[in-house]
Write a protein that binds this ligand. Structure first.
Ligand SMILES: [Zn+2]
Ligand SMILES: [Zn+2]
Length: 112
């Protein structure tokens, strides 16, 4: 049997380090719904194991499975990851990200 880590759900509020908005945690909240910035805190979603704690900048977004996927890059260590957008995310910001042609060459491996 593979050792699998359970997805950890934590309800935690946080203040966005980019725009200063207080975000109310729902247990799935991993990024600011206002400016979409995130923080490099997870190795696996929800585990909060990453030591970096750098600010994750949203650099691109695309439509996927009737929702949006937001791509991030850590401003500290350049680590890249992507998350599904949340229903209360700032939609205009997402649209801005989807319209960035100069970043269309950004790619994530192991695409399903
Ligand atoms: Zn923010
Ligand atoms: Zn980082």
């Amino acid at each position: 049997m593979l050792k699998t880590k359970k997805f950890q759900k934590k309800k935690e509020n946080f203040t966005c380090e980019n725009c200063g908005k207080l975000i109310k945690g729902t247990g799935y909240t991993d990024h600011c719904s206002n400016c979409l910035y995130s923080k490099h805190v997870d190795i696996n979603p929800g585990d909060r194991e990453a030591k970096c704690k750098g600010l994750m900048k949203p650099i691109n977004a695309e439509v996927k499975n009737k929702g949006y996927v937001i791509y991030y890059q850590c401003l500290e260590c350049s680590y890249k990851f992507r998350v599904k957008s949340a229903p209360d995310d700032n939609f205009e910001k997402i649209l801005e990200l989807t319209g960035k042609p100069e970043q269309n060459n950004f790619s994530v491996k192991n695409e399903k």
